[in-house]
Ligand binder design. Structure first.
Ligand code: G16
Length: 540
């Protein structure tokens, strides 16, 4: 390691004095102007991780659902999954080291993680469409090259596309071809194969309106859409030609405000969906004939997918296990429906796909979705082998096994992927002949509300029990318990966000009015007991 060269280069990417950042729910995120040093250092870290794992590592420059002025960075591990927890700690140490300590911290990490410094390193880089992303990804490249790493810059990519590229490269192409074209071909081939029957039945032209959050999803979907046309025709809105990224549009806006995005023309009962800023989340929605808005979030997506998979598994009848993983944000009705009606085991983890992903790996088939629309389905190696073998064998099971085989290819098994999830959902709706209203009617969501509270230091709140209970500050959980008791079918929890400088509050109850009151009262308790700053929370 040429530490002198690192020191010299690092001066050009100097850390602002006193700035401390944490590797959060999905990497580092803050105002773009504070991230240059973090990007350079994540380039360094990616080289060390690549040497240690003897694999290609990914670096994605994005702040996903955050406002356009923010940016962020996350590292992608060899199998395309999120960076291992132990390396998140290294990332935080490296990002926060003062200039003069940088060489020592690099040596410490190399020693602790037993990095073979003679090993070659290869890093792939992707970025979203934020104005700051190109410059920041150049800082990542500076970090990679000063430690002698090789790199390939994919330029503009959705986050899930970068995860896909990493896994393709480390599986020597077995997972797919590590090109954008390879990604389009893999997904669209599976989609066309899977939906052949449905579209042959005469249900032959299906249109879907897609709000692309003025982000990267628009560019990639525009490139891809001719691959699955005429089976599915997508109409793009908020494609970045005029609006601001994630502003009044996108999956996060639609889910948290429970209203349609601006900039989309919706007619009654038309199926619409929204991606977020880096196209790893998706939610669906429609207006009914009375103009009422209906949101179909990640929970209902998980339910649709699980029930379809369960039917196919029953047909092939080979006892493969299916489990669903959610977080505390999952609507109580969805959990009840999955457990009591569908008889599927459901597990709850902390927020962040990295947590859900690991839990889902415990099943033959693990379905994981956050309520915000971030999720996918994982198939174990054994399940995949069995399904592929059945697809070749007896006629009866062949149809279901063949479908499962295509579904395996259609899901991005490295991470939640809005494009891949959209194609899976469209395929299931077409094959089952379901309208969006029929899908929505699977169960009725309990009214729910999410609010944000500003506090001086969100780390004063710590939680346990998959973030459903507050441990600190003292008195806050007791206050929440007392408030929850006032309402029927109620539940509330609070947790510090790992992507924004706020505390998130979630509440549900028997009516929207009660839910809104509960959410407001809990917000006030957070404001009072956890050091709220700025404007006090206001009632509805
Ligand atoms: C990221 C994570 C998600 C998480 C979301 C919000 O999403 O990947 O798993 O649900 O942040 O996290 P928090 O509540 O901690 O702010 P994205 O789409 O922004 O990458």
């Amino acid at each position: 390691m040429d530490l002198d060269a690192v020191t010299k280069q690092s001066v050009l990417h100097a850390k602002p004095d006193g700035l401390i950042l944490q590797y959060g729910t999905a990497g580092f995120r803050t105002k773009a102007e504070h991230l240059d040093h973090v990007m350079f250092r994540m380039g360094l870290l990616a080289v060390l991780r690549s040497k240690q794992t003897k694999s290609t590592i990914g670096v994605m420059v994005t702040a996903s659902h955050n406002p356009e002025e923010d940016n962020g960075v996350k590292l992608v591990d060899p199998l395309g999954e999120m960076l291992a927890a132990s390396w998140e700690e290294h990332a935080t140490c490296l990002a926060n080291a003062e200039e003069q300590h940088l060489p020592r911290v690099l040596v410490d990490i190399s020693e602790k993680a037993a990095v073979d410094l003679h090993q070659d390193a290869f890093v792939v880089i992707g970025r979203d469409t934020r104005p700051s992303s190109e410059r920041l990804s150049q800082s990542v490249i500076d970090g990679v090259t000063v430690l002698g790493g090789q790199f390939y810059d994919y330029g503009l990519l959705t986050t899930p596309q970068l995860h896909y590229m990493v896994f393709c490269r480390n599986s020597n192409g077995q997972y797919g071809k590590a090109t954008v074209e390879g990604y389009y071909q893999k997904l669209s081939l599976a989609f066309v194969e899977l939906t052949k029957q449905a579209f042959c039945r005469g249900d032959d032209h299906r249109t879907l309106k897609v709000d692309c959050a003025n982000g990267i999803g628009a560019l990639k979907l525009a490139e891809m859409k001719h691959y699955f046309c005429p089976g599915l025709s997508v109409q793009l809105f908020n494609d970045g030609t005029k609006g601001k990224l994630n502003h009044l549009c996108g999956a996060d806006f639609v889910k948290s405000h429970q209203k349609p995005p601006q900039g989309i023309e919706m007619r009654a009962n038309e199926r619409c969906c929204s991606f977020d800023g880096d196209a790893d989340r998706i939610v669906y929605y429609y207006h009914d004939a009375d103009g009422q808005f209906h949101l179909i979030d990640g929970d209902k997506i998980a339910t649709l997918i699980s029930s379809f998979l369960k039917e196919l598994l029953l047909e092939i009848g080979d006892g493969l296990s299916l489990g669903v993983v959610q977080t505390a944000y999952a609507n109580g009705s969805s959990t009840r429906y999955l457990e009591e009606v569908m008889k599927v085991p459901v597990y709850c983890t902390k927020t962040g796909v990295k947590h859900l992903h690991h839990k889902a790996q415990e099943f033959d088939i693990g379905v994981y979705f956050e309520a915000n629309g971030h999720g996918t389905v994982l198939f174990s190696k054994a399940a995949e082998t069995k399904i592929k073998q059945l697809a070749k064998e007896s006629e009866d099971e062949k149809k279901a096994a063949k479908m499962l085989e295509n579904i395996i290819d259609l899901f991005n098994q490295t991470i939640g992927d809005a494009i891949s999830d959209m194609l899976v959902i469209e395929a299931i709706l077409a094959l089952k002949g379901l309208t969006v209203q029929q899908w929505d009617a699977l169960y009725t969501d309990l009214p729910n509300r999410q609010l944000k509270v500003k506090v001086a230091d969100r780390q004063v709140i710590s939680t346990t029990d998959a973030e459903r209970q507050v441990v600190k500050p003292p008195g806050l959980q007791e206050a929440i318990n007392d408030l929850v008791k006032k309402y029927r079918l109620s539940r509330a929890f609070v947790r510090p966000s790992g992507t924004e400088d706020i505390v998130r509050v979630y509440a549900e109850a028997d009516s929207q009015e009660n839910t809104d009151s509960l959410a407001y009262e809990v917000s006030l308790a957070v404001f009072q007991l956890a050091g709220g700053i700025g404007e006090r929370p206001q009632r509805g």
